[in-house]
Write a protein that binds this ligand. Sequence first.
Ligand code: NAP
Length: 295
Amino acid sequence: MISESVSVDRQARLLDGRPIAAALRDETADRLDRFRAETGMVPGLAIVLATADPASQVYSDRLVKTGRKLGFDCRVEAVEPATPATVHARIERLNRDDSVDGILVQMPLPAPMSVTDIATVISPQKDVDGISSVNVGRVAMGFPAFPPATPLGGFELLRRYGIPIAGQYCVVVGRSNVVGRPFASLMLGANATVTICHRRTPDLARFTRQADIVALAAGQPGLLTGDMIKPGAIVVDFGTTPTDDGLKGDADFESVARVASWLTPVPGGTGPMTNVVVLRQTLEAAFLRRGLQEE
Ligand code: NAP
């Protein structure tokens, strides 16, 4: 059990995403140099922006900036007016565009469109945020795939902080196809025993109190409190809800930090990992499309 040596009074250590994201950026820059040397080409990422949502615009611009700094050819593809037909047409064009290795469709799509409308349109080989039905299926089957960037980033955080996963009991709160479900698949693939909880789970604490690792992907600030976990549990919080007091995770940070051994801060935990994982997967897609192996 992970919790044996951890006292109840202990302040949790932070699973800080910033230094890990920085290390991943450096590794990606090194591999990109190798790709350029081998192919004479620059990997390309296209971000499909089909919404006027200002937060999505900010996220896209930030991803473009990070990508360009690392040497990617990144661009935003704004689709206006955004209808299922125009979004499909743009994705299909990008599927055929040889300069594009990765396609990220910025969420949320404008209602009534949803991820299911594009899940079969985006080429699985360019689907660097793991939303296509092929990638979702491959992740669930434990096959090589591009998992969605957010859960893969959280998984990578655990691995790089040396948190044992095999044999641990992991409770995931949330079952969306973009966060909860793929995170559960990744943990299962790494030999954790996994339970997924959702809104219809009666008595959530009955499950979370038994968990060695609790992953939160509900979008409900304060959902998990310190009395709902066992001493020494590890808490990975994917929740990011804008509130009057800033961005909030699903954990009640104060009370959970008194009981957990490790906890992701919000912001600064899983969030910083997402962009760099998208870029990392874009580079991987670029290698794979040319039949090249990364070392
Ligand atoms: P979502 O599609 O709304 O799914 C939320 C899931 O949580 C659903 O499965 C829902 O259950 C479950 N849930 C909600 N309230 C619950 C409760 N009180 N008890 C138990 N389960 C509950 O959200 P999402 O897209 O997965 O996003 C989840 C969170 O992650 C959000 O805060 C989002 O902003 C954040 N996020 C973060 C990143 C990042 O980079 N860190 C990226 C993407 C998303 P039902 O299925 O029964 O409705």
